[in-house]
Write a new protein. Structure first.
Length: 211
């Protein structure tokens, strides 16, 4: 597939192809991580923000990315675009393009207030990122799957993976688990999905995965 994916804690992914480097969901957990060195990132063509929650969109993180890559474009939904209006000088795209296709992926219900607008994104017909959703119904060969949250669970995530059968899974949205618990669960899940012909990658923050 010719794609390199590097996770930087929770839901933040650097996705590199032969043509572009794209960063998904620059959230607050990732911004404070020791695994992230913004100055060491490649020049970014796009930053994708699926929704406005702080674990996916942290303004100081975005500002630092723009300083690093001043010609980047932000790909997001209309709600986030409204928040960014007059605050950033880079272009903001809220419509699909050749590289980015949007699909129905509503934010799951949350106990602490109304759910925000959320977009699911297919990148270059290869990678799917649903944002904060476990009830979407389509994927490309590589799926960035949210694993646990106040609004979701590993059980639901596993059923969705087996239902959609991507070739490769990159687990995201897992900051809520202690590292020791996460390691054991991911090893067991990797073994389970192997029997389904699905390659479940266990990411190490800051280390790229070839897919």
């Amino acid at each position: 597939m010719g794609m390199k994916i590097t996770k930087f804690v929770h839901a933040c992914l650097l996705v590199e192809t032969a043509d572009a480097a794209v960063l998904f969901d620059p959230g607050v957990y990732s911004f404070g991580s020791e695994s992230l060195n913004i100055s060491a990132l490649p020049a970014l063509k796009h930053v994708v923000i699926t929704h406005e929650h702080a674990d996916h969109f942290h303004m100081p993180f975005l500002e630092a990315l723009i300083e690093h890559s001043p010609s980047l474009t932000v790909v997001t939904n209309k709600s986030v675009a409204a928040l960014l209006k007059d605050k950033v000088s880079v272009p903001i795209i809220t419509e699909p393009s050749d590289s980015f296709k949007f699909f129905t992926s509503p934010h799951e219900s949350i106990p602490t207030g109304p759910a925000p607008e959320n977009i699911g994104v297919h990148f270059v017909d290869t990678l799917t990122d649903p944002g904060d959703c476990q009830s979407f119904n389509e994927t490309k060969p590589v799926l960035a799957m949210p694993m646990t949250a106040p609004w979701g669970s590993m059980s639901i995530a596993t059923k969705k993976i087996i239902e959609l059968k991507p070739k490769v899974v990159i687990p995201i949205h897992d900051w809520h688990w202690r590292p020791e618990a996460l390691a054991g669960m991911y090893e067991r899940l990797k073994e389970l999905l192997q029997s389904e012909g699905i390659d479940f990658k266990i990411p190490v923050d800051g280390e790229p995965i070839e897919v």
